[in-house]
Write a protein that binds this ligand. Sequence first.
Ligand SMILES: Cc1ncc(COP(=O)(O)O)c(C=O)c1O
Length: 430
Amino acid sequence: MQRRNFLMNVAVGAGTLPWLASQARVFNDRLQQLATDVDAATGADDLWRRVRQEFALNPGFTHLNCGSVGATPRPVLDVVAATMREIEGNPAGKVFGWGGQQMEAVRERAAGFIGADLNEVALTRNTTEAMNAVAMGLDLEPGDQVLTTNHEHGGGMVCWQHLRKHHGIEIVYVHLPWTIESRQQIVDLVRQKLTARTKVCSFSHIDTITGVRMPIAEIAEITRPRDIVLVCDGAQAPGMLEVDVKELAADTYAFSGHKWMLAPKGTGLLYVRKEMQDRVHPAFLHDGYSGYTASGGTRDVATVVGHGATMDFHDAIGRDRIAARCRELNLYLRARMQDMPGLTLLTPPDDDLSAAIVSYSVDDGDAGAIAGRLNQEHEILVKRAQGTYAYSVEDGLPAESSNALRFSTHIFNSEGQIDRAVAAMRTILT
Ligand SMILES: Cc1ncc(COP(=O)(O)O)c(C=O)c1O
């Protein structure tokens, strides 16, 4: 639901979750107030200061690692707490019938949020669970090849290693260079690695190490005519970017609510394109994609409701506005870091190749030690980005490590925080 529709819904008092009327009204009133204040803001500084008030981050702490987990806004935290209390008044009475309705509403909301149909979207606890489900739901034979890259996260990689160990599939790697010049460069590298045995291509939407935006739609143009299943690990994308799964054209798409979406921890989503559902059939979806099924089992209804509420939060501000702000802050950080000694930029500047993650390789010294000092001495959290997830001894590939620092910028950050982070980096590196 886009922002205009969100406001219309709130205005007529319908709310966006079929939730306890009084609580839903409190939540919707808070979002309505936020939307009104955002519209009335006298400029960008005023607007984003107002938005930052919605977060419960510790004073003085700078969170530049929402690529690991984001910060959940206060109105959503209150929705989760109230839902938990409601459930505990009559646990078995609430979790299934009532809880099932709530989760169905969230699923519907989530499908609309990523441009999918309701019967293509299942709730998960995170990206990893969704990627595992995809891999286990495929009928791969010994010798079938899964093409992936040397930059995948364990959460999108271990499922293929499991199939290799227990079902004899082969993993083939596209070796992504540290410097990416164009989307076409990546597409060409993928094309070169396709063989008659390639049955699956599995790529991140946003590279977890470098923040590179992978050309998923262009890759789909070469996988679909070859009947290859295109699996996309979108852990780092929704909430940072506006994602439309139909435009991306991947056959499956997995992401975590608790990263850029800012949803409660332990939330996620799996999309499986309708036409692919006979080829991708995980056991947990055997009884269908609904919130509660016999094959899916009992869920944490409160966090799922929180996931839905977070989508309302995004729409109250405006998804396009959030994506632009994440990017703006990231470009601000890049500009301030430009003359920093001892670092090599790993992230391309182009809008179509990156968004709100920027990573720097540390030329001398240990990126982990620098991240540790930023945290301990300056209360600034960044991620040490390692490039070793994809490799294991079985791969017979060189153990490559990026020794890099990854900075994620979101709407709860400010230019002032970035200035302090850059000053702290300068103190450590010079
Ligand atoms: C690309 C990618 N895939 C998967 C994951 C795992 O996410 P989760 O722990 O939420 O399953 C991450 C986490 O950083 C990631 O960056």
